[in-house]
Write a protein that binds this ligand. Structure first.
Ligand code: GTQ
Length: 360
């Protein structure tokens, strides 16, 4: 055969069809997509305005009880990944609603979960025998394979429905085909510990003297603190804004920590809280870890750019948005704001593939 002339396209096509019978396919047709020059996510930037979705959250409360639903959640689906129950390739996010008097029954699963309280008072989450009240801005974790149930002991008049953001590593566990789950026998698990005991043991920059992080049953590599209350976080950010340097990209940004290891609170998800001071005009940055944001207080905007595509979202309290992997983001806040966010950064770092670019 004369190799200086390209073969007729039909010859290649016939060859592809032939090898297809053996469940094979030519790498050279897909190499550029398999090994891209830079991350080339299908995921899109997206914004969910709380005012637009709040009526639907409340309607869900009229259509199904928390008990029947097991978890009454409206999933935030990335517009480019509809039908996949995910907000990025690796992360699940949803808004969970619980009404006064309801219980979301006890279960456990290997997926790790975080709760970020968005709206309302009077709900609690129970994890491994301990209950914690959920107040707006609180960050609460449900470690892999721990029993958990949620409930609301308040009243409609005084407290109203409670809404929180659920962040789970569901797509990651699907990817690894490593998901297990079990329902509890009782609706609510028995409370075996006084409320606040985890925070007293592990949340005061101290650890019980014989605490062994390696044998941190049942939490494994997960933080033994399972509620990080907002009043503490807010005070820290406020003091740092006043007395510390403001980062030109992030404003004042702290990461939540597992006090026993210094690592992230859970092995698959990192969480952050940041304050943009009034007048903040952030410099652009991009990161391999796509991130989901929940606006806690104040307002601002984010401009998200990738190639020619530029989108600006104006956000206010309780809005949610997603910055996909390797999209350039720029945060601004004329009057100041507080932002919670989470991403899959611990996995990127464990694999040695995390990249960040801080642009001028
Ligand atoms: O609260 O356990 O949004 O298992 C999705 C799956 C919440 C939960 C979700 C869950 C939960």
């Amino acid at each position: 055969m004369d190799m200086t002339l390209p073969p007729p396209p039909a010859a290649r096509k016939a060859f592809y069809d032939a090898i297809s019978t053996q469940h094979m396919t030519p790498l050279w047709e897909v190499l550029h997509a398999l090994v891209p020059k830079a991350p080339n996510t299908h995921c899109q930037p997206a914004l969910w305005k709380y005012a637009d979705i709040h009526p639907y959250l409340m309607q869900s409360g009229e259509l199904i009880t928390a008990e029947e639903a097991v978890r009454r959640v409206l999933i935030l689906e990335n517009p480019a990944l509809r039908g996949q129950s995910r907000i990025t390739q690796s992360l699940y996010a949803g808004l969970q609603v619980i009404l006064p008097g309801e219980v979301a029954p006890s279960h456990r699963h290997t997926q790790s979960a975080l709760r970020f309280v968005v709206d309302g008072h009077g709900a609690y989450t129970a994890v491994d025998g301990e209950r914690t009240q959920m107040k707006p801005g609180d960050f609460i974790i449900t470690p892999s394979w721990t029993w958990h149930d949620h409930g609301h002991d308040g009243t409609m008049e005084a407290d109203g429905p409670v809404v929180w953001l659920d962040g789970l590593d569901i797509p990651m566990l699907q990817f690894f085909d490593a998901g297990f789950a079990e329902n509890g026998t009782a609706k609510s698990q028995p409370v075996t510990k006084p409320e606040g005991v985890s925070f007293q043991r592990y949340g005061a920059n101290m650890l019980p003297v014989r605490f062994d992080a390696q044998r941190n049953a049942p939490f494994g590599p997960t933080s033994p603190v399972f509620s990080y209350p907002y009043d503490r976080t807010r005070e820290a950010l406020h003091q740092l804004e006043t007395h510390d340097e403001i980062d030109a990209w992030d404003g004042v940004k702290l990461r939540y920590v597992n006090p026993a290891t210094g690592g992230y609170p859970m092995p698959t998800m990192a969480t952050f809280m940041q304050r943009l001071p009034a007048g903040f005009q952030g410099k652009p940055y991009r990161q391999t870890d796509g991130a989901v944001f929940s606006v806690v207080e104040g307002s601002g905007s984010v401009t998200i750019t990738r190639g020619e595509a530029v989108q600006t979202f104006d956000f206010g309290p309780r809005d949610h948005f997603v910055i996909p992997s390797w999209h350039t983001a720029q945060l601004r806040s004329p009057s100041g704001c507080v932002l919670f966010s989470f991403s899959d950064r611990p996995v990127h770092q464990a694999l040695g593939i995390h990249r960040e670019e801080r642009l001028p």
